[in-house]
Design a protein around this ligand. Structure first.
Ligand code: 8X3
Length: 232
């Protein structure tokens, strides 16, 4: 709700309405949204249109990784899942929100990408390909909106401790925890800070990209971990 503290009226959309309401707090509005379902997107955007008639900032945050299998053993289900949420969902939301972004004095699309948008690693092809696509879509959108007062920003984080790894490892919490062991990962708040920074620049300033990693992470897989407990 970092943008809420800056005076923005927040509307949050996600599948789990109970959790969403907690995220939205008293000031924010929570509306159920599944970005992989066009009907759900239509209903969400219709509701926002009815209540506010415009969108100043669209943050495309939905995304995630499924599995770490090499291409030889890639699961169709995981790949389709990743492409649906990271790529199609982002395009569907952007396409559906553009008419309302055009109604704002200054519109802004913020896409949450990843360092996987320009790095690759073994077993990561489904996710890195999807995040490379997010990067390509973001850059294309900037070209297509050139001349309009709509800014386009990609935020590309490295390791952020959220449910990301629990989802990637299909619920294996031990494997997920190991991803963040021996270092201080970024938090959701660190990414929210980046969003706030990009969004609160003067309207003529477009922050194209912010790449943000924990200091212990040089690349997706080169990570300095401390083994002594309590020293990370
Ligand atoms: C995830 C980034 O560092 O876990 O988007 O590969 S990383």
């Amino acid at each position: 709700m970092a943008l809420g503290r800056k005076g923005f009226q927040i509307v949050v959309g996600a599948r789990r309405l109970d959790r969403l309401k907690r995220v939205a707090g008293e000031e924010g509005i929570a509306i159920a949204l599944d970005v992989t379902d066009k009907k759900s997107i239509e209903a969400f955007v219709r509701e926002v249109s009815k209540r506010f008639g415009r969108i100043d900032v669209l943050v495309n945050n939905a995304g995630g990784a499924l599995g770490l299998a090499p291409i030889e053993k890639a699961s169709d289900e995981d790949w389709i899942g990743m492409w649906k949420v990271n790529v199609l969902g982002l395009m569907w939301m952007t396409r559906a929100c553009l008419p309302l972004l055009r109604k704002a004095k200054h519109g802004h699309v913020v896409n949450i990408g990843s360092i996987a948008g320009f790095e690759t690693y073994k077993g990561g092809a489904g996710y890195t390909a999807a995040k490379h696509a997010v990067r390509a879509i973001t850059r294309t959108l900037r070209l297509e909106l050139n001349g309009e007062p709509i800014r386009v920003t990609e935020i590309a984080p490295g390791l952020v401790e959220t449910e990301f790894s629990v989802v990637r490892f299909h619920g294996d919490r031990k494997a997920a925890k190991a991803v963040y062991e021996g270092l201080k990962p970024l938090s959701a708040e660190d990414i929210a800070d980046c969003v706030v920074f990009a969004v609160t620049r003067p309207p003529h300033v477009d922050i194209d990209e912010i790449v943000v990693r924990p200091v212990a992470q040089a690349t997706a897989q080169v990570v300095a971990r401390k083994t002594t407990k309590g020293r990370s």
